[in-house]
Design a protein around this ligand. Structure first.
Ligand SMILES: [Zn+2]
Length: 64
């Protein structure tokens, strides 16, 4: 059993690397480690990150 679940890029068939990436969402910037294809640069954002982080940001904006 592999300890790390390695995702493979659909296009390049190569393993994705975890890279610290900066996102911009609703004019806010934040950094998070995401899996990215070293060849084509395609970033794979896990659903929980997309939902969790975005929801957090939306919440903090509402509270302003
Ligand atoms: Zn790729």
């Amino acid at each position: 059993m592999a300890s790390n679940k390695t995702l493979i890029c659909n296009k390049c068939k190569c393993g994705l690397a975890e890279i610290d990436t900066q996102f911009t969402y609703l004019d806010k910037k934040f950094r998070h480690k995401v899996l990215r294809c070293p060849q084509c640069g395609q970033v794979f954002i896990p659903e929980d990150l997309a939902k969790g982080k975005m929801a957090q940001l939306e919440k903090s904006l509402e509270e302003k």
